[in-house]
Structure formats: C-alpha cells, structure tokens
Design a protein around this ligand. Structure first.
Ligand SMILES: [Zn+2]
Length: 306
C-alpha cells in the first residue's frame, strides 16, 4: 500500500536529499558508557579533551535514529531505535540513559508522516543501545509488544542467531525483551550474505555493507545510487572521534577486523563520494570524508538535523 506522505517534507530545513530519499538523523536519547571501553587501547590523555566525561569515567553518547523517506515509493525507513523506555530506574542510572520518546514521532511529523506510516526498520545489530526502542511495555513492567507492528524489521540472519546465544564477552549487550516479540509477531526479514562485503538491499537506491568486527554480521545501510550517497556507519565508527582507524572500542569482538573493515569502508567512501552517518555522536549526525587511507579526516558536516 502506498503511504500518502505530506508535502511538509519540502519545507524541512536540515534534511539531506539523496534521491530517492530525504534523510534526517534524530537524537532519540543519550547514554553514558565507560570512556575506556569506548576507546579501547587509546590512552585517556588523548580522548579526554574530546568528550564529556563524568565522575564515573563515563562519556556522553547520543543514540540516533536515521529516518529515510522515499515519498514516491511511499517508503518510510527507520535505522536503529536507541535504548527505548523499558528500563528500571537502577539500570537506567547505571548507564546514564535518557530517552526522548517524542523525538522520532516529532521528526516523522515534520516529514509529513505518522508512526503508523513506518514501512521498514533496519536493525544494524541487536545491542540494547540500538534495539531497545524496537519494543515497548503495554504498561510499565507488563507485556512487551513491537513498537512498529506493521513494519518489516531487517536484521542479518547470522546476527539474529548470535543474539540467541551470545558469547560470554558480549552477553550483557543483548536483552531478549528488546527483540523476542518481533519473532512472535512475524515481523523479521533476514539479510543473508557473507561478511565484509557490499550487497544489494531490498529497495531501489539502497544496499548494505556487512561487518563482523564490532559484533557478528552487523548491517550498514547505504542510501542513494548516484553521486550523492550516505552510509550509516553503525558501531564500526560510533562517533566522529572514532574515524581514526585504530580508535576501536574494547566492546568489539574482533578489533583487527574492525580496523580492516573501517579501511575497506573509507576506501569505498573516498572512491565513490560516500558520506558517513554516526550512531552515537552527540553533536554530529554525519560528515563528508576527506583525505585517503590512514589520512582520512572529517570534512563538511551534513545537514541531517531532524
Ligand atoms: Zn552502540
């Protein structure tokens, strides 16, 4: 069914137009994670001046949803959903979680869409800071149901399988309540491919990169097919500070693969003029890239304001 998307989108300032999509990056909340874990072996003396650090050594991170709207096809795509609202006060305090429940609905409204118009949700991976907002309590502490019950939910099959039986290292990052109701509701659509490759996506003007360094079979949507394109970096490059190939999170299951995958992505981005969108940068939704190889650097900030 084709969704009737209003003409308001024409008037939005800060929307990136990458035919056939209009794209915004919405901060749906914030989380605080240990700075040492976020920067791995990089010494604190290097990263501390760049970030907001609290008394517990936790740095401030945004959780972002990318919204891509193809008005002609009637397609409204969300990429990642943040931590969501299914948190006890104790656990929310432990991770410094703040959620803005109206952020995505408000951004959709500015684009002339409703929450019910969301046709697709791309789940880069099922860690709680990306998948928490896929589901919600019917009432606090009660039944949990999908938040976008008429949308197709895209996840890599082998990542889904890993999330059912995580390794001891990454088990705390997966919360079953974030995603098990999606399976019961038959909303899952699986991506099947090898890792560290570029593959066609399910829609015109969209493809995926599949990585394994941060977590097995993370998917990274690439929007656009012409001169202008945008890649959602996911947790391969969580913030603009992680652009350096060797600034890799201690959370990563295969740090050397992360470095190789960043190099592969940057090579493609520079060759094809692809920009990057970040999932966790508190102030920058996305950037163009300049330079090449290990000398890659931040270029112009993109107008992705939601
Ligand atoms: Zn993350």
């Amino acid at each position: 069914m084709r969704v009737q998307i209003g003409r308001v989108a024409d008037k939005i300032t800060g929307m990136l137009k990458i035919p056939p999509y209009g794209i915004v990056s919405v901060v749906n909340g914030t989380v605080r994670l240990d700075g040492g874990a976020m920067f791995g072996v990089v010494p604190k003396v290097l990263w501390e001046p760049l970030v907001d650090v609290d008394d517990h050594n936790r740095i401030l991170l945004a959780t972002r949803t990318l919204i891509a709207v193809d008005r002609v096809a009637g397609r409204v795509i969300l990429v990642d959903t943040g931590c969501g609202t299914k948190w006890s006060k104790d656990k929310a305090d432990r991770f410094g979680i703040t959620t803005y429940p109206s952020a995505v609905p408000d951004a959709l409204a500015k684009l002339g869409c409703r929450v019910e118009d969301v046709t697709d949700v791309v789940i880069t991976h099922l860690h709680f800071d990306h998948a928490g907002g896929l589901t919600d309590w019917v009432e606090p502490g009660g039944e949990i149901v999908p938040k976008y019950p008429s949308a197709a939910h895209w996840v890599h099959r082998r990542h889904w399988e890993h999330a059912q039986r995580p390794a001891s290292k990454d088990r705390p990052s997966f919360l079953r309540e974030d995603f098990e109701s999606l399976e019961r509701a038959r909303l899952l659509h699986f991506v099947d491919s090898e890792a560290s490759v570029w593959v066609d996506g399910p829609f015109p003007g969209m493809s995926w990169y599949v990585s394994t360094g941060h977590t097995p079979f993370q998917i990274h949507p690439l929007f656009g097919a012409g001169d202008e394109r945008l890649l959602f970096a996911g947790d391969l490059v969580p913030t603009s500070h992680h652009l350096r190939t060797t600034w890799v999170m201690a959370y990563d299951v295969m740090p050397l693969a992360t470095i190789a995958e960043k190099e592969a992505i940057y090579g493609r981005c520079v060759a094809d003029g692809i920009s990057l969108a970040f999932p966790h940068d508190p102030s920058i939704g996305g950037v163009r890239l300049e330079g090449s190889g290990s000398r890659i650097r931040l270029g112009e900030t993109l107008p992705l304001g939601g």
